[in-house]
Design a protein around this ligand. Structure first.
Ligand SMILES: [Zn+2]
Length: 278
């Protein structure tokens, strides 16, 4: 059984950034098995054209089970590169002892009040927030949402068991101090719609914190298909610093935290803080 059969129907997407239909353009060489990556002819955005349909409950379930797919694939196809990369990450973590980038940004930018974590998983991030934040999470997986709901209830938090766009749409406008989208936007079929809902639910002065893989990173240029940012079919959007800036601006959010080290070319990821200014 192929991965596509396993995951149900495949969708067709136009460019999520500018809506151009790129189905007549050749797939990028980074494509893998049946998963077709395209570069938009109009705006150059790179995206997965034929993702599985996550509206299907069974698909969401399969996604949970397939989450570790890349590790299995890397270990099988590139055992040496996988081993070296694993050892390097271990050494790097030991040598650098990285600060908690999310917590630092929350402390710096997010005013006391409601914080919504989009794709909150088992609510580990929300549970670690200081007590002056009211916590709420959106999670598509029923099993994770149940686990998160029970844990969050201990601090008065709540869970919405819906896909991200519908989940954010269910919050009242102008109520949130912060929206967290850590390692989420690369999975979202409709990123502009999600960002627009983030802009809608934020209070004036409220911020969204975004972390996504950086398609312009040096590692992607060096590693090519073996870059850790390629995940099939989970990652459906491949942002560059420029396309991320454009998209948040189109959604009505102002970029306030996106310095050189937030989009450091040696890092595989980038971090952005955006604010609702009106
Ligand atoms: Zn486009």
């Amino acid at each position: 059984m192929s991965a596509a059969e396993n995951l149900g129907d495949l969708l067709h997407r136009n460019c999520p950034n500018c809506e151009t239909d790129n189905s007549d353009r050749p797939a990028l060489s980074y494509s893998w098995q049946e998963w077709q990556l395209r570069e938009c002819g109009a705006c150059r955005f790179v995206y997965l054209e034929n993702p599985p349909d996550y509206a299907d409950f069974k698909v969401a379930f399969a996604w949970e089970k397939n989450h570790g797919d890349r590790k299995v694939r890397m270990r099988k196809e590139y055992p040496l590169a996988y081993g070296v990369s694993k050892a390097w990450r271990k050494f790097y973590r030991w040598a650098v002892r990285k600060p908690d980038k999310l917590a630092n940004r929350i402390n710096k930018w997010v005013l006391p009040g409601l914080v919504i974590d989009v794709g909150c998983g088992n609510a580990d991030r929300l549970l670690s927030l200081p007590a002056h934040y009211e916590t709420s999470g959106i999670e598509i997986s029923k099993a994770l949402a149940e686990e998160a709901g029970a844990l969050l209830a201990t601090r008065g938090g709540s869970i919405t068991n819906l896909p991200a766009v519908e989940g954010l749409a269910s919050y009242e406008a102008g109520t949130a101090s912060g929206v967290l989208m850590r390692s989420f936007l690369e999975h979202e079929h409709k990123p502009i719609e999600l960002l627009s809902h983030a802009a809608r639910v934020l209070k004036p002065g409220g911020v969204a914190i975004i972390k996504v893989p950086n398609f312009s990173s040096l590692n992607r240029r060096i590693m090519g298909s073996r870059w850790c940012g390629f995940r099939f079919p989970g990652h459906v959007n491949y942002f560059t610093p420029m396309s991320l800036r454009t998209m948040v601006a189109d959604a009505g959010l102002a970029t306030v935290g996106f310095g050189f080290f937030d989009r450091f070319p040696f890092s595989d990821n980038m971090w952005m803080v955006v604010r609702k200014d009106v």
